[in-house]
Every structure is written in structure tokens, then in C-alpha cells.
Write a protein that binds this ligand. Structure first.
Ligand code: NOJ
Length: 554
């Protein structure tokens, strides 16, 4: 498994990392200029969000040419230099493969529109129902119907996302062949890592029938058995031939049994899965565009189920709080005020010491948080704009709708990286595509001179490489009913040698009785975000606000 358990992956959203050419948009030469910073973290691989040619209707997840770098991000020569420079510091490249859909600007879609039979079969083209209504009642994940008119024809094409992102018909072997060619092209450039965008929706039901409710609707195109077949085929035809490959599938609304199959080495599908259940614990009635505090007990239950069952089944999780689709975890599960640093460290520990591969989203290591925008004009994401309109249509006032968008918009984490306290946060010399806020306090320069979060992340990353209990250990949760503490044990065998991790998710101190087996044990502190005094666990554990304590007992 090429030491998967020891790896830590950093995510860069290229549009927002560093603008080297003064156009307000980040670029590949900009990333190259910041490699010294990345080197300090000692991560193993970097996942780059898509920088292929794209009209950017969904910020690069609408690919018009899979083989070219979009000029706004640089050239192929820049990319090759990036791979080379990263290799020199022992960091691999993970590319984002958006293979469920392509842009309607893609040559495949254009040829289909021009009537080329071969390419018409690349897409889901269906006629309206006899009554003139759309081919089925599926909804796009970005709002509105999932069908759009196919040029001037009688047909409609399926788009589970934006109308400019046409779903590719994976049932057609020609499509799979073309997509596997794309992966192999990038492998030939020295790429060993691949993140597969919404890969578990590629096996739509053969008959695209109407759904009776939203849950059933998802089941008509999510996690169908054929997805496993396609992944095995993709693995054999591409990265499976590379012993150094690291792959992750973004699995929308998936299940544990499916995730085990997706990520168990003997299944030859992927190395690991991104799942999102733990990031829906602040959705009211399962709806994203709502505002409600997070449900801690639900969060614990989800972590417990996913961690323990994936362990028992031999699957492998990607561990993360943040990415380019999520508002900052610090705003959702931590404290953006008095305990910003302590809560950032607590959240990092909770995931980094679990079983799986941790991902750090750029800016997380300096404690970045949601921007303070005051108007819808500040937001650019198609999803946020659609959601705002839908909330108004549902009868919400402009203020109510805005409050919700503010807490849920994907733009929150897409704000440019704060390098220093300048007007544009040292990201660019000109007005960036999204404006930073709070850079006067939270920025790389400040963090590296007087902050404690970055330093703490460095320690966590180092520990994963040196402690077998972290990289290889099994996991078992305890204190399951405690309303404030999330705790787990990592172990390699039946012996007493264990790593115990305690995290206090709240801004008040707390205390709990330890399970008998851990009482009165001598320990060695692996990491903590407060100064520790004792070297022994008593019958009780007490934790300060957002305190973390990770100890090894024998
Ligand atoms: C998931 C990506 O992370 C997100 O940014 C994108 O909008 C959708 N997939 C569609 O590609």
C-alpha cells in the first residue's frame, strides 16, 4: 500500500494560492514561487484542483480540454516545471480528474451537437416525454432541472450539475476508453496521484426513470454496482500499473459497504474515499441551505461508525474538515474568536490521529476562516447564486437568505490565501477575483513569526511518519456518550500499547471518568495544545477549553 498510512496530502486551489502575473487569479508559476513554504510542512503530495482549459462556469470542474493547461493558470512547460520541482522536494502531484461530465465547450459535446453519431453516444440524450415534459424529473445538484435542450434538436441532455457540465455516458465503452487515455496522458507527465470527482455517480441506471422522492432519485445514479466494475477497469487500464499511485474518489452520498469496496486494496479500485456525512451535521433536516449549530453527538456517531467499520472491513478513509466546497471548519465546529488557535489545533488533531490519510486544505494551517462579506455581490459561485434565488422564492427575506448563503457558500474557502496583511493579502498586486478579509490578523507572515497553528500542524505531520500506532493502528472510540469529549484509542494488537486521543470540542473545560482499562496508567504525551503537567492518567480526565491530549500508554 506504498505507506499510505504515513502520507499527508495538501490541497491547493490554484485560482487562490498565489498570483504571479498580476491578473488577480492564482497560477502555476505562483505555486512554484511558494514551494519553500510548502516544503516546511513536509507533506507527501499536493492535490491541485483542476487547471485544465475550461470556461470556468464551475471554476474548472467544467473541462473543455483535458489535455491542456488553461492559459490563465500557465503553460504545459510551467506544469512540467512544477512536477519537477516538487519531485526534488519529494512531493507528489495529485490531479483532479473530472470524468463524470465535461464542459459543453468540449470538442466531444460540440461534435455531438454537430450531429456526429459517435459523439452523440458520449452523452445522455433523450427526447421529451409524449406530453412534452422533460425526459425525467431529476434535479440538478446546483438547483433546477437536470436536463437542458440539446441545441435545436428534439433532444435534451443530462447535466447533474450546471447546464454547461454535460454528463458523460460511462456505459459507452468508447467514453471510458477516451477518459482512461486522459489519465494515462497525465501519468506520462510524472503524475502519480489522482482525485476522481463525483466518481460514484457514473453508473446511472440504464433506464432514466422518474424518481418519487429526492432520496430515491440519488439511488438511481449513485453507487450502482456497475461503478465498481468501471473502477476496476479504470484501475487496470491506468494507475493500477503504477505501484506509487495514490488515488481518492469523491463519493457523494455513499455508504460504508460501498466505500469498503471502493478502497480495499484487494478490490483494485481506489486507494481511499472522500465521504461527506460528517460535514452534514450542521444541515437542518438534511438540507444544506439552512443555518443551525452542529450536532456534536451526531458527529461522534458518524466518525465512530465510519472509522470502526472501515477498519473492520479493510477500507481506507480520507480524513478532512476543509476543502474548496466547504465553508471553513473553524466557523462551523470551532471558535473564530478567543479560541481560534486552540480550536484549530483541536480540530486538526481529531482527524489527523484517526485511521486514514489526512488532507490539509491551503490556509487551514494558519487558521483561516470565512470572509466577512456584506452583499451578494461579493459571491461568485454559481451554486451560491442559485441557492440565494431559491431561498427568496421559498419566501425567505433578503436578509435571511443572505445569512444562510454567508455561512454555506463555497466561496468562503475559495478566498485567496492570506500571505501577509496587505490590501490583497499579498496574494496579488491587483484586485483579486475574490476579496480577502481578516488578513490583518490572520496571514502566513504573522503565523510563522508568532502563531502556533502552523507549528502544531508540522508536529502532527511528523508524528504520522514516526508513530506506527497512527499510521497503521486500528481504531476504537470510547466516551461515546460524553457530550463534550471526542475520544478514541489506536492500537496495533491485543497488548496494552495504545494511543489515546482526547479532544474537547467546546470552549468550556470538562471532565469525564475514563474507562477502567485506561485508569491510573503511566503515559507519554505525544502531542497536546496546552502545557501538560502530569504523567499519569487518573480515574478522571479533565480538559481545558478546546484542549487536546494524545498520549501513549504501555
Ligand atoms: C465536486 C467538486 O469538488 C465541486 O467543486 C464541483 O462543483 C462538483 N464536483 C462538480 O464537478
Amino acid at each position: 500500500m506504498n505507506n499510505l498510512g504515513q502520507k499527508v496530502i495538501y490541497q491547493i486551489y490554484p485560482k487562490s494560492f498565489y498570483d504571479s502575473n498580476g491578473d488577480g487569479v492564482g497560477d502555476i508559476p505562483g505555486i512554484i514561487q511558494k514551494l519553500d513554504y510548502i516544503k516546511k510542512l513536509n507533506v507527501d503530495m499536493i492535490w491541485f484542483n483542476p487547471f485544465f482549459v475550461s470556461p470556468q462556469n464551475d471554476n474548472g470542474y467544467d473541462i473543455a480540454d483535458y489535455y491542456k493547461i488553461d492559459p490563465r493558470f500557465g503553460t504545459m512547460a510551467d506544469f512540467e516545471e512544477l512536477v519537477k520541482k516538487l519531485k526534488e522536494i519529494n512531493v507528489g502531484v495529485m490531479l483532479d480528474m473530472v470524468l463524470n461530465h465535461c464542459s459543453t465547450e468540449n470538442i466531444w459535446f460540440k461534435k455531438a451537437l454537430a450531429g456526429d453519431e459517435k459523439y452523440r453516444k458520449f452523452f445522455y440524450l433523450r427526447k421529451a416525454k409524449p406530453d412534452g415534459s422533460l425526459p425525467n424529473n431529476w434535479q440538478s445538484k446546483f438547483g433546477g432541472p437536470a436536463w437542458a435542450k440539446f441545441g435545436d434538436t428534439d433532444y435534451y441532455y443530462l447535466h447533474l450539475y450546471d447546464p454547461t457540465q454535460a454528463d458523460l455516458d460511462w456505459h459507452n465503452p468508447e467514453v471510458r476508453k477516451e477518459l482512461f487515455k486522459v489519465i494515462n496522458f497525465w501519468r506520462s507527465k510524472g503524475v502519480h496521484g489522482f482525485r476522481f470527482d463525483v466518481i460514484n455517480v457514473t453508473g446511472k441506471a440504464e433506464k432514466l426513470i422518474d424518481s418519487t422522492d429526492p432520496v430515491e432519485e440519488k439511488s438511481l445514479y449513485t453507487d450502482t454496482p456497475v461503478v465498481h466494475k468501471y473502477l476496476k477497469e479504470m484501475n487496470a487500464a491506468t494507475f493500477g500499473q503504477d505501484p506509487d499511485s495514490v488515488t481518492v474518489g469523491e463519493m457523494s452520498s455513499t455508504t460504508i459497504p460501498n466505500s469498503i469496496e471502493y478502497s480495499k486494496p484487494s478490490e483494485h479500485e481506489l486507494s481511499m474515499v472522500f465521504t461527506f456525512h460528517h460535514l452534514k451535521v450542521d444541515y437542518k433536516d438534511g438540507q444544506k441551505w439552512t443555518k443551525t449549530p452542529f450536532d456534536f453527538m451526531k458527529l461522534k456517531k458518524l466518525f465512530t461508525e465510519w472509522q470502526e467499520k472501515m477498519d473492520q472491513g479493510g477500507g481506507w478513509n480520507a480524513l478532512f474538515w476543509n476543502n474548496h466546497d466547504q465553508p471553513w471548519a473553524l466557523n462551523r465546529f470551532g471558535d473564530t474568536g478567543k479560541y481560534r488557535e486552540k480550536s484549530a489545533e483541536m480540530l486538526a488533531t481529531a482527524t489527523h490521529l484517526m485511521r486514514g490519510t489526512p488532507y490539509i486544505y491551503m490556509g487551514e494551517e494558519i487558521g483561516m476562516m470565512d470572509p466577512h462579506y456584506s452583499s451578494m455581490k461579493n459571491y461568485v459561485d454559481v451554486e451560491a447564486k442559485n441557492a440565494y434565488q431559491e431561498l427568496l422564492q421559498e419566501g425567505k427575506s433578503q436578509e435571511e437568505a443572505f445569512e444562510i448563503v454567508k455561512t454555506k457558500a463555497r466561496d468562503n474557502s475559495r478566498v485567496p490565501m492570506h500571505w501577509n496583511d496587505e490590501k490583497y493579502a499579498g496574494f496579488s498586486q491587483v484586485k483579486p477575483w475574490l476579496m480577502p478579509t481578516d488578513q490583518d490578523k490572520i496571514n502566513v507572515e504573522n503565523e510563522l513569526t508568532h502563531g502556533e497553528i502552523f507549528d502544531y500542524y508540522q508536529k502532527l505531520i511528523k508524528l504520522r511518519k514516526s508513530e506506527k500506532l497512527i499510521s497503521d493502528g486500528h481504531i476504537k472510540m470510547f466516551l461515546k456518550d460524553d457530550p463534550q469529549i471526542f475520544a478514541y484509542a489506536r492500537y496495533l494488537d491485543d497488548s496494552d500499547h495504545k494511543l489515546l486521543v482526547f479532544t474537547n470540542f467546546y470552549g468550556e473545560g470538562c471532565c469525564a471518568e475514563l474507562p477502567k482499562e485506561y485508569q491510573n496508567k503511566k503515559y507519554k504525551v505525544l502531542i497536546s495544545n496546552y502545557d501538560e503537567q502530569s504523567d499519569k492518567l487518573d480515574a478522571l480526565i479533565s480538559l481545558k477549553p478546546y484542549e487536546v491530549l494524545a498520549v501513549v500508554i504501555d
